[in-house]
Design a protein around this ligand. Structure first.
Ligand SMILES: Nc1ncnc2c1ncn2[C@@H]1O[C@H](COP(=O)(O)OP(=O)(O)OP(=O)(O)O)[C@@H](O)[C@H]1O
Ligand SMILES: [Mg+2]
Length: 237
């Protein structure tokens, strides 16, 4: 019998180890890490600098392969996907928010969003309307014609979130999304991600060293030196 949580499983890691460097001089960034993430939950991965957070997120997005263990993305082992399929997956079904935002300064805010929609297969008027709707939702519509270069950190962050969500990806991965933001702005971003879980049944995975995000998370995983401590259950906020 198929259980309902199997149907909603988005990604899972089973005994995943990731080593960098050559044999004998290698760094073990992750050691036998296992966890599952489902639709409708916001998972926070908390850990100090160097604990393996970014490494974990890149494995979840299929940007790197594990040294040992198994990564499943949308129910299929990551090594069974071709590079092309993984690219397609990242264009349509996985939204990534980078710590440094990765906005393209030579394009306008609107074109930054339209570009990912083009990769996702939506163009023209329909894409324009949807892009403006998302910019409006994140209160940056008035900046649609500006270059990201001229935006504040908080505005850049909201554009980056709009861009990650606009294709309707069920899995959203965010690396230190509150990084350079003041508390109020930072928690504002996390609140928007929380809403996308509650209202659109997405799965959001955030890596951070910022414990205040715990209040918004369904589950917190503590990562220390590449090892996950026992997960804690948090109330939904
Ligand atoms: N490409 C790489 N080559 C070699 N070592 C790496 C590489 N990427 C990460 N590491 C090492 O793996 C470990 C985990 O790094 P990672 O970037 O995943 O940590 P992090 O928790 O994201 O840290 P931070 O909070 O500073 O972003 C560190 O010891 C780091 O030096
Ligand atoms: Mg990192």
């Amino acid at each position: 019998m198929i259980q309902s949580n199997q149907l909603s499983e988005v990604v899972s890691l089973i005994d995943v180890t990731k080593a960098y460097g050559s044999y004998g001089r290698e760094t073990l960034a992750l050691k036998k890490v296992s966890f599952r993430a489902h639709l409708g939950e916001l998972i926070l991965i908390l850990g100090p600098s160097g604990s393996g957070k970014t490494t974990l997120l890149t494995l979840l997005a299929g940007l790197q392969s594990p040294t040992e263990g198994t990564v499943y993305i949308f129910g299929r082992e990551v090594k069974e996907y071709s590079n092309r399929e993984l690219q397609r997956l990242r264009a349509v079904r996985i939204g990534f928010i980078f710590q440094t935002f990765n906005l393209i300064d030579s394009l306008t805010v609107l074109d930054n969003v339209m570009l990912v929609m083009k990769f996702g297969g939506l163009r023209g008027k329909e894409a324009f309307i949807r892009a403006m709707d998302f910019l409006d939702r994140f209160e940056v519509k008035q900046l649609s014609k500006a270059s990201p270069r001229t935006l504040s950190q908080g505005e850049k962050q909201r554009v980056a979130v709009a861009r990650a969500l606009v294709n309707g990806a069920p899995l959203i991965i965010a690396d230190e999304p509150t990084g350079s933001l003041a508390t109020k702005q930072g928690m504002g971003i996390v609140g928007l991600l929380r809403r996308s879980v509650n209202e659109e049944n997405r799965c959001v995975i955030i890596a951070s060293h910022d414990e205040r995000i715990s209040d918004y998370a369904d589950r917190v995983l503590y990562l220390s030196d590449g090892v996950i401590a026992a997960p804690e259950i948090h109330g939904n906020s």
